[in-house]
Write a protein that binds this ligand. Structure first.
Ligand code: AMP
Length: 182
């Protein structure tokens, strides 16, 4: 199963991604995590990524595609994966045609997401209020259309991400189990 998790920052993608990874025995991959690691490198690319991430901006599609697709060529991703943070724009989704069986959209309001992020302890340098606001704005502009894109392909399931971790997990697995046993 090739699963994609979509949601604004604070929606619970990494929490659910890790639980789903265990449940379905699939590797979990977060594009944001890859970029944060690359941004630590003291190279021109590393410094540029650090600036991009700290501003809350998106990494351009061509760079994102190159990095993520190279990762997914590794043998451990051959049988499937759980992707968090990619695809995030319609061009990325179009270029990734064939890489997605099912998409779970964790729906959380901007207000709830901001509330959750402001209350958690984080060592992420890009968790400044202005970067978080920028990411939320970019989510509505670029990533919401991605949910429409997958809806039109009948691959989208929407889950209320404002419930408890256990309830959200149960709702996702119920939907996925129905799809995969039908
Ligand atoms: P995340 O951990 O998913 O919030 O991602 C952190 C940062 O990595 C984002 O704010 C972007 O700068 C960058 N990033 C992660 N995934 C993508 C993507 N698919 N396209 C563009 N930029 C991305």
């Amino acid at each position: 199963m090739k699963l994609v998790l979509i949601g604004i920052q604070g929606a619970g993608k990494s929490t659910q991604g890790n639980l789903l990874s265990e449940r379905y025995n699939l590797p979990y991959l977060s594009s944001g995590h890859i970029f944060r690691e690359m941004a630590k490198e003291k190279t021109k690319l590393g410094r540029w990524l650090k600036e991009t991430l700290n501003a809350g901006a998106l990494v351009p599609d061509d760079t994102t595609l190159e990095v993520v697709l190279t990762y997914l060529e590794k043998p451990e991703y051959e049988a499937g994966y759980i992707l968090d943070g990619f695809p995030r724009t319609v061009p990325q989704a179009e270029a990734f045609n064939g890489g997605v069986d099912q998409v779970v959209y964790l729906a959380v309001s901007d207000r709830e997401a901001l509330w959750r992020i402001s209350g958690r302890v984080s060592d992420r340098e890009d968790e400044t209020l202005s970067a978080i606001r920028k990411r939320i704005e970019l989510f509505h502009e670029h990533t919401e259309p991605v949910t429409q894109y997958y809806k039109s392909q009948e691959k989208l399931c929407i889950v209320d991400g404002e419930e408890t971790v256990e309830e959200v997990f149960a709702a996702i697995t119920k939907q996925l189990d129905t799809i995969h046993t039908s």
